[in-house]
Structure formats: structure tokens, C-alpha cells
Ligand binder design. Structure first.
Ligand SMILES: [Zn+2]
Length: 429
């Protein structure tokens, strides 16, 4: 009886030793390691006091929410795939020492609860295809019980890689920006082969524009390095149009009222881009609201909501009062502080009745309504757009009716009309 017990104990002891040895061996061969990666990007309209992507030098920025794939390149075995986290990193994975890994990152971002954005390859139609970039890394001899990390810093810089940090940031801030749509999220596609017009079904002309009624955004590629994707405020602006259109928000209609009586209320001074519309021109109201919303969305993307200032950088020529010279045409890349109450329409243009507006005024209206609580409450981007969805037209009185029908006589309604008054967009018949 006694010897049986001893034998049994010895057996258990040996099994324990064997187990510890096996566990030790496997611990030496594997460790917890993650890969992080970036996209190289260059935004020439940076460094004007905004809060996000502030350098105008080419930089590697975190590949937030980017599609990735990881294989063991020695065996070809699949290791992990999915979407990177908000830091541009994989989860911690059990990797082998002294082994080559093959890491691929694709021009697609996705975040659950928000949505998905694709950058389609040039020469292809719109769709779910995107571009992969692959890098290799060989692990060393791991130190047991230490978390390891390797960051790829790809040097590839092109229109695709310029778009990627921006769309990652859209998903990062999706909530207050309104980039969300039910359980499946909002989907948007980018194309960059506009300029050479290789694929007319994708982009009908150059420049940067959102194709209304679709999920498609065209960005003139200019692979030489100065096209629209090098202007982050333009990228943000076009995504704003997509979000507004999806939520039945402001936009559409004809653009310029083309007021020839006051040069500061038309676009004759614009040489760098389209004269169809510009920051200070008098426009039909729906167009002014839609463009103002695009400027606002871009400002909300690149500035913190709690900032005392907020910067939008305009890519076209604008009017600027410069004492003692008076009015001058300011060249492209002018920073506007969206926290101002400029009231351009009231002070410079004769708006006449309520079917006219100015982009600058509406940009400031949206910023204030979103970030500046007059009535102890602010409105999210989605809430703002729901007013347009609720209203019978884009005229200000109809918007007020829509806001009242949504919210009644509450602080939300007060925020909407009070900011309308201060921003000078409250034009009545
Ligand atoms: Zn626009």
C-alpha cells in the first residue's frame, strides 16, 4: 500500500518535470510579438495651426485600421490577418524566433461600427479591389517573457499612400464626424487616375470631386507629386460630401449666382482651380451649404473639437483685407480660423433673399454648431444633417422648421438657430 503510493507520487513528479521541460522548450521558440506599420504621406497644406498631421514634410504616419496579412515566409503558413488597431498595429501574436515573416498591407481601412474605405488601383473600375504592399522581417533570438514589436516604415510615397492616413483618421473620429451607417457601416471608394483619364468610367475630369449619389471620390493622382492627394484639406472636404450625401444632408443644386456687381462675391479671381464656386462667392443656398459642410468636415477631421481655434486651409485664391493696401487676392493655401463669425454674405455681398449663401459663412455655422455650445449643447455631424433630411428645402426658414420638428423648443433647437444668427446664415424672405 505504501510502496504503491510512493510509485504513484514518483510518476506524477516525472510527468510534471516532462511537462515543464516541454513548456520551457516551446517558450524559447515562441514569444508574444506584434507588427506595426505606417503609410508615407506628404500634405503640402499643413502647419497652419491645425491639430492633426501638422508637418508639411513627407512623414510616415500610423496605418490606422489598415487591412493586413501576415505569413511565416519560411513555411508559407498563415499567421494572422484582419485590420490593424488605432495605433496601426497587429495584436500580439505567438511568433517563432529566427524566422522570416512576410507582412502585407492593403489600401483599405475598416472599423466595426464605423465603415470601410477603399483606394482602388489605377486602370481598374470602381469596386472592392485595392493595392497590396509587402515587407519582410526576420525575427531574432527571443528573450523569454518580453513583448516584442517591429514597426515597418515603408518609403513608398504616392497618391495611394497619401490617402491612407486620412481615411484611417476618419475611422478614428467616425463618431462625431458622422462616418457611420447602421450595422454594416458606410463604404467609400477612391480613385486616383483622374488626371491622365486612363479610365473615363472612373473619373470624368481632373481635379478632386465626389460623384453625387454614389460612394465614389475622384482625386487627381498626379504621380509626379503635386496632385490633389497632397492636399489633406481637399481629401477631408470630399469625404465630407460623401457623408453629407449619404445622410441626405446639404449639397447639390447649381453653384454660383455669379454676382458680377461685386468682385469679392464671385470667383473671377480664381486661377488655381475651378471658377464654378469658391469660398466667398455668392451661391445658391444648397450649394453654399454643401460646400460649407465639406469645409467644416475637413476642419473637424484635422482639428480637435475642444480647440480654441480651428483651421481650414483653402486651396484656391481668396479675398483678404490687408492694410494699408486694402483688398488683395491671397494666394492658394490660406488658413481660415473657423471659429470666427465673419458674416461675409451680410458685410460684403447683397444676398437679397434666402435662397443665396456663402460657403465661408456656412463653414463657420457648422463648426460653431458642432463645437461651440451657446445653449449648453453641441450638435453632432449626424444631428446637423438630420435637419436637412427633415426639411422641405435648404432655405433657412425651412431648416428652422425642420430643426423644430426634430427637437421642439429644446437646447438643440436653440443651438441651431442661435448659431445661424451669429454666423449670418439666417436669411429670411
Ligand atoms: Zn466641394
Amino acid at each position: 500500500m505504501k510502496s504503491y503510493t510512493i510509485t504513484k507520487k514518483m510518476g506524477t513528479y516525472c510527468l510534471l518535470i516532462a511537462g515543464v521541460m516541454l513548456w520551457t522548450l516551446s517558450a524559447q521558440a515562441h514569444t508574444a510579438m506584434r507588427f506595426c506599420t505606417t503609410w508615407r504621406s506628404h500634405y503640402v497644406d499643413s502647419g497652419h495651426g491645425e491639430d492633426v498631421f501638422t508637418s508639411d514634410n513627407p512623414l510616415n504616419r500610423p496605418a490606422q485600421y489598415t487591412r493586413y496579412y501576415l505569413r511565416n515566409n519560411d513555411t508559407g503558413a498563415y499567421v494572422s490577418s484582419g485590420y490593424l488597431d488605432s495605433d496601426g498595429c497587429t495584436p500580439y501574436l505567438s511568433l517563432s524566433s529566427n524566422t522570416e515573416y512576410k507582412f502585407s498591407q492593403g489600401t483599405k481601412v475598416s472599423k466595426s461600427g464605423a465603415g470601410t474605405l477603399y483606394v482602388n488601383p489605377d486602370g481598374y473600375n470602381w469596386g472592392y479591389s485595392y493595392v497590396w504592399y509587402t515587407y519582410y522581417y526576420t525575427t531574432g533570438s527571443f528573450i523569454y517573457n518580453v513583448h516584442h514589436e517591429h514597426t515597418f516604415n515603408p518609403s513608398t510615397l504616392n497618391p495611394y499612400t497619401n490617402i491612407m492616413p486620412i481615411v484611417g483618421k476618419v475611422l478614428d473620429k467616425y463618431d462625431t464626424l458622422g462616418y457611420n451607417a447602421g450595422p454594416y457601416g458606410l463604404v467609400t471608394f477612391f480613385h486616383t487616375d483622374c488626371k491622365e483619364n486612363r479610365n473615363p468610367s472612373c473619373c470624368d475630369h481632373g481635379g478632386a470631386y465626389y460623384k453625387r449619389g454614389t460612394p465614389y471620390i475622384c482625386m487627381a493622382g498626379d504621380w509626379g507629386g503635386s496632385g490633389a492627394t497632397y492636399w489633406k484639406f481637399i481629401l477631408g472636404h470630399e469625404i465630407g460630401h460623401r457623408v453629407a450625401d449619404y445622410h441626405d444632408g446639404p449639397g447639390g443644386g447649381s453653384y454660383s449666382f455669379d454676382d458680377q456687381t461685386n468682385p469679392r462675391c464671385n470667383c473671377n479671381h480664381v486661377e488655381s482651380g475651378s471658377q464654378l464656386h469658391c469660398m466667398q462667392s455668392m451661391e445658391y443656398i444648397a450649394a453654399a451649404e454643401g460646400e460649407g459642410f465639406g469645409h467644416f468636415f475637413s476642419s473637424a477631421l484635422f482639428n480637435n473639437r475642444s480647440s480654441s481655434n480651428g483651421i481650414f486651409v483653402c486651396p484656391k485664391e481668396t479675398w483678404f483685407y490687408f492694410p494699408p493696401y486694402g483688398w488683395i487676392v491671397y494666394p492658394p493655401e490660406r488658413p481660415f480660423d473657423v471659429t470666427n463669425y465673419t458674416k461675409w454674405g451680410e458685410t460684403e455681398c447683397s444676398l437679397g433673399n434666402e435662397n443665396k449663401g456663402v460657403e465661408l459663412d456656412w463653414m463657420e455655422f457648422f463648426w460653431h454648431a458642432w463645437a461651440d455650445p451657446i445653449s449648453s449643447t453641441t450638435l453632432t455631424s449626424s444631428e446637423l444633417m438630420s435637419v436637412w433630411e427633415e426639411s422641405s428645402s435648404s432655405n433657412y426658414d425651412d431648416l428652422l422648421d425642420g430643426a423644430f420638428s426634430l427637437w421642439g423648443n429644446t437646447s438643440r433647437y436653440v443651438q441651431f438657430w442661435w448659431q445661424g444668427y451669429y454666423s449670418g446664415v439666417d436669411h429670411h424672405d
